[in-house]
Design a protein around this ligand. Structure first.
Ligand SMILES: [Zn+2]
Ligand SMILES: [Zn+2]
Length: 145
């Protein structure tokens, strides 16, 4: 497990490297305290991802069974969302997805949410979305990643 930087992009060799990427990324803002990896009901771990950073919505679609799932509390904000499909600079659009949350001090309540992805094709690992999220109880939110 290692994250390396080439030409301004970070590359990881496993999904766990997304965590390091999000930790570095969030270092400039609210630090990530907890993570969860996205896994489909069919046990696949690669997804296409549509995101609206303004509304705070991310929808993942399983690359194996095409099941759609709104990440965290995305469903509540879906009505106004203008979703954009994420694409890796290499042209691929299936990702491993790990979500990180930052909590309020001495609290289990969420303050900020980060969507991290790694492209299994080229290894590029990045934060594809982050926004203010005020969910009470991070465990419940992360259970819906
Ligand atoms: Zn699936
Ligand atoms: Zn790629």
């Amino acid at each position: 497990m290692a994250l390396t930087t080439r030409e301004k992009h970070d590359y990881g060799d496993s999904q766990s490297d997304i965590r390091e990427c999000l930790s570095q990324y969030s270092g400039r803002g609210y630090a990530v305290h907890h993570f969860a990896d996205a896994v489909c009901k069919c046990s696949s771990r690669t997804f296409s991802l549509r995101v609206d950073n303004n509304e705070g919505v991310a929808i993942r679609t399983c690359g194996a069974c095409a099941c759609e799932h709104p990440i965290g509390d995305s469903e509540e904000y879906l009505a106004d969302a203008e979703l954009e499909e994420c694409e890796c600079p290499c042209g691929e659009s299936l990702f491993e997805v790990t979500v990180g949350v930052s909590l309020y001090e001495d609290s289990e309540d969420v303050r900020w949410l980060y969507i991290g992805c790694r492209c299994p094709h080229c290894g590029l690992t990045a934060c594809y979305g982050d926004w203010k999220n005020e969910y009470s109880g991070y465990r419940e939110l992360l259970a819906r990643v």
